[in-house]
Write a protein that binds this ligand. Structure first.
Ligand code: GAP
Length: 444
């Protein structure tokens, strides 16, 4: 993980948040390449969930919902972790994770293991961030920042079902920020206070729910595989009964082998009719499917993935180090569809006016089609290394020969193979390569 954190910082993917004030635990800011990578993760999810299907529509609901939503959904009462405090060192720990935590006084021991440790009984600590609506503190109304995007979907069920004229099975997909007052330290961007979720609620006739649950587990595993995650680094783990969330009758986690071990990447939950029934009872609005004589409350299957956690998994899986011509190279072997920059244009001799002119013209042409970068600072080897570290699949170099025959070299990030191609066909060449099937060269 240290290597990923260091690369992310060095290349401006991710910075600790509020760093000039000493940072804020479990909060991160995203720099240029981090933003591009995150946008690509979201775009690939949205394509697979909405654009490539006829049965799923999009939604963008508010972050602050009516507080009654969280009462009805069970989050006010049930979205809590059991915590213990140490009266001696004043630290707070998850009661169910003491075996993984380090004692504040003696990190080689677990909390409760030294003589000085003085732990309280576990208390339930709600994970929702509370805020106030209204300009006057005393007369304002308590509200919450949403801890999941899902509830915004359930409370819009009737609007969408009527207007989109969809009959179950159909889904509603949403990408947006969620907030949780997490107290366990986060393993970089794995667990943070504020993160983005990509959630889809799939509404189905009750008799079909089990079948759709299995379908979505398979679909989601194949999405991660499609964008390069190695099969050997993924596993599906069904939850035990005592592990299930308050709303779920079955959940399977897709786990990824992060540097700290296998951990949840995405959760697929069978939520039954829990949410639609709960909001029907609390709001008085019937959230059901009605078509002539047919009338029922659909059941829900929900694949829920964190954007930031997905980005971390893609970075970890893509990270590689190798020695080439006796020099170390670090490379992010990202799927080209996820890579922040698709092509870099490099004039071999940046002081050569003719080379610069040709390189800039090629760059201007390419950037209209894909995210491209023009780099003329430093030796060519260092420029290649910089692009390797941010995962740019193709580097196009303008050199002396370009001035003679209008060809450029194109270098493949993974194989390091270089080909000479006409400059006039360079854009089409890059677009063709980007559209081609891709498999991670790390697959074993
Ligand atoms: N609506 C269901 C739900 O929210 P979840 O398993 O609590 O289920 C879904 O969250 C996904 O959101 C997780 O699999 C993970 O990828 C991401 N996630 C959850 N909490 C997170 C956190 N504190 N930081 C980053 N990502 C988080």
């Amino acid at each position: 993980m240290d290597k990923i954190v260091s690369l992310a910082r060095r290349r401006g993917f991710v910075f600790p948040s509020s760093e000039i004030y000493g940072g804020l635990g479990s909060s991160y800011d995203y720099g240029h390449y981090g933003v591009l990578l995150k946008e690509n993760v979201k775009a690939r999810w949205f394509e697979a969930m909405v654009r490539e299907r006829d049965d799923i529509v999009a939604l963008d609901s508010s972050i602050i919902l009516h507080p009654a939503v969280w009462e009805a959904s069970g989050h006010t009462a049930g979205f809590a972790d059991p915590l213990v405090d140490c009266r001696f060192c004043k630290r707070r720990y998850r009661a169910d994770q003491l075996d993984d935590a380090q004692c504040g006084q003696k990190p080689s021991k677990h909390p409760g293991e030294t003589e000085q440790c003085d732990l309280t009984e576990p208390r339930q600590f709600n994970l929702m961030f509370r805020t106030r609506i209204g300009p006057v503190e005393e007369s304002g109304q308590d509200a919450f920042l949403r801890p999941e995007t899902a509830q915004g979907i359930f409370v819009n069920f009737k609007n969408v079902a009527q207007i989109a004229r969809r009959k179950p099975p159909f889904g509603i997909a949403q990408i947006g920020k969620a907030f949780r007052n997490e107290i366990t330290p986060g393993n970089f961007i794995f667990r943070t206070l504020e993160f983005e979720q990509m959630e889809m609620e799939y509404f189905v006739p009750p008799a079909e729910a089990q079948e759709w649950f299995r379908y979505w587990v398979e679909q989601r595993v194949s999405w991660h595989r499609r964008f390069g995650i190695r099969e050997s680094h993924l596993q599906v783990r069904p939850h035990d009964a005592e592990e299930l969330s308050h709303y779920s009758s079955a959940t399977s986690d897709i786990e990824y082998l992060f540097p700290m071990g296998f951990a949840e990447l995405e959760g697929i939950a069978h939520r039954g009719d829990y949410d639609l029934q709960a909001h029907t009872r609390a709001s008085g609005t019937k959230l059901e499917w009605v078509d002539g004589e047919e009338r029922y409350t659909p059941e829900v299957v929900e694949p829920a993935l964190g954007v930031n956690r997905s980005m971390l998994a893609f970075m970890v899986d893509a990270y590689d180090e190798e020695t080439v011509a006796e020099r170390e190279r670090t490379v992010l072997r990202l799927h080209p569809a996820l890579a922040p920059v698709k092509a870099a244009v490099l004039p071999l001799v940046p002081r050569n006016g003719e080379m610069v002119e040709k390189a800039r013209a090629l760059y201007e042409d390419l950037r209209r089609a894909v995210v491209a970068e023009y780099d003329d600072s430093g030796q060519i080897g260092r420029r290649y290394r910089r692009q390797d570290e941010i995962g740019t699949p193709y580097a196009l170099t303008v050199d002396e020969q370009t001035l003679e025959d209008d060809t450029v070299t194109i270098r493949d990030r993974d194989s390091l193979a270089q080909e000479r191609i006409p400059i006039s066909g360079a854009k089409a060449f890059v677009l063709d390569r980007l559209a081609a099937d891709w498999q991670t060269p790390k697959a074993s």
